[in-house]
Design a protein around this ligand. Structure first.
Ligand code: URA
Length: 209
């Protein structure tokens, strides 16, 4: 799949194994998720355009490069996406952060937006939607649809672990969206968990289980 990017950097893979381990407690889990998000941000921003700038070093004038062009927006999907924000802001400190909260309507089974607060100039920003687990793809796909309805055009999706079903679901609805993951696992189980996955990312981040 052309728009799926699996980030196989050794540091990312090593830390992801620690994150998956059920014996990793909440504090270490949070720290590792933050670190992996930071490392992933390095790859997700690889296509950012550069412009020449003139600067004066202590030794001489120099023409060097700085990031140019569009502004960045991070959009964590509540609540587990929050765990990846701080790591990404370490590398992209000027990014603005919007939040999207979704729940599944028990009757229609469709995702319903219960919270959405975005930077006002969302249509001018490169948006990176963040959710650690891309399971069925329902939430990510719906969040991207809501962002597009508000004028966003340049959207990437960044997740720690995806199920093949989730990647396919997002790609089917949003073929324009590049998907960045650290791993694509085997499948979803009957409870909607990614196998082998890491369990419930939100519970492990916030110690609610
Ligand atoms: N959400 C999670 O937190 N974990 C999964 O395995 C699937 C969805």
């Amino acid at each position: 799949m052309a728009n799926l990017h699996i980030l196989d950097h050794p540091l990312i893979q090593h830390k992801l194994s620690l994150i998956r381990d059920k014996n990793t407690g909440s504090k270490d889990f949070r720290d590792l998720v933050e670190e992996v998000a930071m490392l992933m941000a390095y790859e997700v921003t690889r296509d950012f355009s550069l412009q020449d700038v003139e600067i004066e070093t202590p030794v001489a004038m120099a023409t060097t490069k700085m990031i140019s062009g569009r502004k960045v927006g991070l959009v964590p999907i509540l609540r587990a996406g929050l765990g990846m924000v701080a790591g990404m802001l370490r590398l992209i400190p000027a990014a603005k952060v919007g939040h999207v909260g979704l729940y599944r309507d028990p009757e229609t089974l469709k995702p319903v937006e219960y919270y959405c607060k975005l930077p006002p100039d969302v249509e001018e920003r490169d948006l990176i939607v963040i959710d650690p687990m891309l399971a069925t793809g329902g939430s990510a796909s719906a969040a991207i649809t809501f962002l597009k309805q508000r004028g966003a055009r340049n959207i990437k999706l960044m997740c720690l672990i995806a199920a093949p079903e989730g990647v396919e679901a997002v790609d089917r609805v949003h073929p324009d969206v590049d998907i960045f993951v650290a791993a694509v696992d085997k499948h979803l189980n009957e409870h909607g968990y990614i196998v082998p996955g890491l369990g419930d990312a939100g519970d492990r981040l916030f110690g609610t289980k």
